[in-house]
Structures are given as C-alpha cells and as structure tokens.
Design a protein around this ligand. Structure first.
Ligand SMILES: [Zn+2]
Length: 199
C-alpha cells in the first residue's frame, strides 16, 4: 500500500483543505473540521492497477457469424476493421452478388480498460481515420450494431455478444474478454481521494 502520510485534501462540501493523517485512511473517511461544515469525506477510491494489462492473454475478439471458426483478436486501443492490410483487424473480402460490402477501412473499435470496474469497453464508430490524410472517412455501406445503423460520428459501446454488421451483409459477434476475478482482486488498489499536496 502507498504512503498516505500527511496529505491535504479538499473537502467535498466546503472546498477548504483538510489535513489527513495515516490513521484517517484506516478509518476510510475524515470529517471536515471547518466551522459550519462537518462533511464526512471518503478517503479511498478503489481501482484496478493498469499493470494488470501486461499479463493478459487477449483483449476480446470478433467471431464471424457465418463461420465461427474464423476469429479476429482485438488489441487494446484502436482497432480499425476492414479488408485493407493497414487495418489492425483485417477481414477477408467477402463477396455477395459479385461485390464486397465491406470498406477497406470500415469501422473502428476502441478497446478501453475501465480501471474503476476492472473490465473492458468496446467503443464502436463507423469509418476510420484515413492512413495518409488522417481525416475521418465513413464506410460506404454503413455499420450496424444489433440491427441499429450507426449515425455519422456516433460512438456506441458494443456489449458482450453484440452483433456487428459491416455493410449489412457480413456479421461478427463480439466476444468480450473478462479478466478472471481472482487475478483482478490481486490488482485492486486504494487511492486517496484527490490529494492536493503531499509532504
Ligand atoms: Zn468542509
């Protein structure tokens, strides 16, 4: 556990500074001593240490609905999905009625670690940044999430087992990665609430 001695925090109610001693952290809260206040300020805010990410075997994947043996692993951060070799998730050029409905850089999935919950968020956006100009470019045939067509610039979280539709013809299911609870527990951290100063 970190050294929490002699920190100063701002009172949640009156905003004035309160000196906190190590023993106050053990009780989990401190009462504001300023006249007319008396606010009980919590001193701990549990979160999961991001170092846990280094030891994980994966960050979730997309599974082709029509052929579940085809799986595409996701990485932490930005994953552009499409059939261009510049994509982090490069899918096959799937042909329907003589054409492919998936754009070269079709959509973007950002995998974000939520350190407060100890779980991953999968944020979906239609289109992707262009490799050369870095401007955002929408897909030609659109991106669906559970049957809903994403609007321009709209970001939506994909739930576990959410069904992603690329161009209305090809579907992929998200298999979210859940960190094993016992592993998660060992990375649980307690942090003082908004310390303004430590000596
Ligand atoms: Zn106060």
């Amino acid at each position: 556990m970190a050294d929490f001695k002699n920190a100063l925090i701002s009172c949640q109610k009156c905003g004035r500074l309160i000196a906190v001693k190590a023993r106050d952290y053990e009780s989990g809260a401190i009462q504001c001593t300023h006249a007319g206040c008396g606010q009980i300020n919590p001193l701990t805010q549990p979160y999961y240490d991001e170092r846990i990410l280094k030891g994980l075997p994966e960050f979730g994947r997309l599974v082709h609905q029509a052929n579940p043996t085809v799986k595409y692993p996701l990485r932490l951060g930005i994953n552009v999905v499409g059939h261009s070799p510049t994509c982090e998730v490069m899918v096959e050029r799937l042909i329907h009625d003589g054409r492919c409905y998936i754009s070269r850089r079709h959509c973007t999935i950002e995998v974000i670690f939520d350190k407060w919950k100890g779980s991953f968020r999968y944020q979906l956006l239609d289109g992707a940044s262009d490799v050369d100009s870095h401007h955002h470019k929408n897909s030609l045939n659109g991106t669906l999430l559970d049957g809903y067509l994403l609007q321009n610039g709209e970001k939506i979280d994909i739930g576990d087992q959410g069904l992603l539709g690329l161009g209305g013809k090809d579907f992929f299911r998200l298999e979210a990665y859940r960190i094993p609870p016992r592993m998660l527990e060992s990375y649980l951290m307690l942090k003082p609430l908004e310390p303004d100063e430590t000596q």
